[in-house]
Design a protein around this ligand. Structure first.
Ligand code: ATP
Length: 389
C-alpha cells in the first residue's frame, strides 16, 4: 500500500515488508495530574488506550489535550499519577526511551536537510547502521509516496508533502506508539480530508497505536476507534465516534459535537424500562419532554438534547391546549441551503429559544420552508438524550 496520489513510481508495499515492526503497545493513564504552579492543566485523568487502536483526544483550546500528549511522550513531567506504555511504568523514562515518536503541529523539519536526510535523522541518532538506515528510509519514503522528492529541501514541498515527511520521519523509527499533535491543522480543507484518510490507512497497515490531539470533531469522528472528549483538564466522555455522536454524556459534549438542541429543565420522574430509564423533564415554556437515560432524581436540574437531524417538522402549528410530549411550536427564522442538507433556524413561539432543524434538501423541494412560517417540531423519546450535567 502507498499513500500519496501523485507519485506514480511508488510501489505497493507488501505487508510482509513490515514484519519487523515492533508489537503495538497500549497506553494507560492512572490518576494523572499536571500542575504548572497554581494552574491545573489536567486533573486526575484515568484512561486506557488499547494497543493498535487510533485514539483522538478531542476538546476546545486549553482543555489539556496537548499537555496530556506531551506527558505520554515524556516532554512534560507529571505532577502525580502513573503513565504506562505496555506494562511498563514510564514516569521517569526520558522521551527517547519510551518507544514513542511524535509528529508536531508545525512538522519541525530541518530546513537545511533534504527530505531523505530528515527521515534518516532519528535512525542516525539511534546509531542504526548505515545499510539498514538506507533501506528503511527508502522504504518509508515509498510508503508515504515521496521517493521522487528525496533530494528536495522541505521548503520546496507543499504543506501536505511536508506533513508526509514528518510522518515518515516519526514512523521510520518504528515506535510502539505514535503521538500526533494536530497533524492536519496546517492543511487546507480538501487536503485535510484526503490526508486524514491516508493517516487512517497507514495506522491500519502498521497496526500501531496512534494517539492524536485535535479540536476538530469531524477529524476525530473519521479517524478514531476511541475518542476522549476533554473539558477544563477533565475527561467528559470516552467512547466510539458513534457513541459520542448518538449519546453524548454531558451538556458540554452535546454542544461540542454540534448540531444538538439542548433543553434545560427539572426532572419530574424517572421510570425504569428494559433500556434504562425514561425521564420526564419539565422545561419552562415548552412542557414535559420525555427522554432516555440512566436514573435521575426527581427535582434535580438537568437537560436533554435532540440532534437537529432527528427532529421532524409538521407544517401545522400545535393546536391550542393540546397536551403532547416532545412537540413544540416554532417560527422559521432562517432557511439556509448548504447543498445536500438544508439548515433551518427556528424560534420557539413561547420562549424565543433557538432550535436548529436539519433536513435533506431534496425533501424540501415539494414543500419549501418559508421564513416567518409557524410549524411544529416533534421528536421521539429514543432520540431525546438525558444529560445529567
Ligand atoms: P490548544 O488546543 O490551544 O493547544 P490544549 O487543549 O492543548 O489547547 P494545553 O496546551 O494542554 O491545552 O493547556 C492546558 C492548560 O494548561 C491551559 O490552561 C494552558 O494555559 C495551561 N498551560 C499549558 N502549558 C503551560 C505552561 N507551560 N505554564 C503554565 N500553564 C500552562
Amino acid at each position: 500500500m502507498t499513500i500519496g496520489t501523485s507519485n506514480t513510481e511508488a510501489q505497493t508495499i507488501h505487508p510482509t515488508n513490515l514484519s519487523t515492526l515492533p508489537q503495538a503497545q497500549g497506553v494507560a493513564l492512572r490518576s494523572v495530574t499536571k500542575q504548572y504552579g497554581s494552574v491545573v492543566a489536567v486533573e486526575n485523568l484515568t484512561l486506557d488506550i488499547p494497543a493498535g487502536s487510533y485514539c483522538c483526544l478531542l476538546g476546545p483550546s486549553g482543555c489539556g489535550k496537548t499537555t496530556t500528549l506531551r506527558m505520554i511522550a515524556g516532554h512534560e513531567d507529571i505532577t502525580s499519577g502513573d503513565i504506562l506504555i505496555g506494562n511498563a511504568r514510564v514516569n521517569d523514562l526520558p522521551p527517547a526511551k519510551r518507544n514513542t515518536a511524535m509528529v508536531f503541529q508545525n512538522y519541525a523539519l530541518f530546513p537545511h536537510k533534504t527530505v531523505w536526510q530528515n527521515v534518516e535523522f532519528g535512525l542516525k541518532m539511534r546509531g542504526t547502521p548505515e545499510p539498514d538506515r538506507r533501506d528503511r528510509v527508502d522504504e518509508m519514503l515509498e510508503i508515504v509516496g515521496l521517493s521522487s522528492f528525496a533530494k528536495r529541501k522541505p521548503t520546496a514541498l507543499s504543506g501536505g508533502q511536508q506533513q508526509r515527511v514528518a510522518l515518515a520521519r516519526a514512523l521510520v523509527t518504528r515506535p510502539q506508539v505514535l503521538l500526533l499533535d494536530e497533524p492536519l491543522s496546517a492543511l487546507d480543507e480538501s487536503l485535510r480530508v484526503k490526508t486524514r484518510g491516508e493517516l487512517r490507512k497507514l495506522q491500519r497497515q502498521f497496526g500501531m497505536t496512534f494517539i492524536q490531539v485535535t479540536h476538530a470533531q469531524d477529524e476525530a469522528f473519521s479517524l478514531s476507534d476511541q475518542i476522549v472528549v476533554m473539558d477544563h483538564g477533565h475527561i467528559d466522555q470516552i467512547g466510539t465516534p458513534q457513541e459520542i455522536f448518538v449519546a453524548p454524556a454531558s451538556q458540554f459534549v452535546a454542544k461540542f459535537v454540534g448540531d444538538n438542541n439542548i433543553f434545560t429543565g427539572k426532572v419530574v420522574n424517572a421510570i425504569a424500562d428494559t433500556n434504562g430509564y425514561i425521564i420526564q423533564l419539565e422545561v419552562e415554556g415548552i412542557g414535559t419532554l420525555l427522554c432516555r437515560g440512566q436514573f435521575a432524581q426527581p427535582g434535580d436540574n438537568a437537560a436533554c438534547c435532540v440532534r437537529a437531524d432527528r427532529m421532524h417538522l409538521e407544517v401545522q402549528p400545535t393546536a391550542e391546549g393540546q397536551t403532547v410530549h416532545n412537540r413544540v411550536s416554532a417560527r422559521i427564522a432562517f432557511v439556509e441551503f448548504t447543498g445536500y442538507v438544508t439548515r433551518v433556524r427556528l424560534l420557539v413561539e413561547s420562549t424565543g429559544a433557538e432550535i436548529l432543524y436539519k433536513v435533506r434538501s431534496h425533501d424540501c423541494i415539494s414543500q419549501p420552508l418559508q421564513e416567518g412560517q409557524v410549524v411544529t417540531l416533534n421528536w421521539s423519546t429514543d432520540d431525546c438524550i438525558f444529560l445529567p450535567h
